[in-house]
Write a protein that binds this ligand. Sequence first.
Ligand SMILES: [Zn+2]
Length: 193
Amino acid sequence: MRKTIYLIIGIVIFVLILGATYETTFISSSDDKKNNNVEEHIDEIVYKGKFPIPVENFIKVTSGFGYRDPVYNSKGEQISGGRSHLGLDMVGTLNSRVMCVKDGEVTHAGWQNSYGNCVEIKHIDENGKVFYTFYAHMQNNSLKVVKGQQVVLGQVIGIQGTTGNSTGDHLHFEIRLENKEQINPAPYLFDEV
Ligand SMILES: [Zn+2]
């Protein structure tokens, strides 16, 4: 009788250990898979200045930083412009991926009114000063990062799109100082500017 009880206890312990081992293996492998699916990096990083070009298969800049001339319709009503454009509009081929230009921490990832699906990343420059890069109008359900996540240069954050207040597929890219004031990104992306 006692032998039978010991045998049953032995079998129960064996099954528990087997179960725990299986669960650990299963959970860790599924987590690895999830991370591999989420984290994506651009292989060919293109430099034309201090920071790499944030959109894959870059074609051209379609709108610069600063004041935009007002555009009027035939009735003389202003339909756009007449205000400052606080970023640089850049176009890559359709469905091009958007990447982070410097290592940092994601401070926003989601929808923001006229910016559509956008991401803001906090960086520290070579003098220890905080600044931010900002990427807007990306496609719905394309964001690959979440707030609080650490990201590295070349890491994919989303796919170029036209969400928010936008008339065509492009990336709206901003550089913001510590006080969130936008500065012209062109001198950081293009040496010739
Ligand atoms: Zn723009």
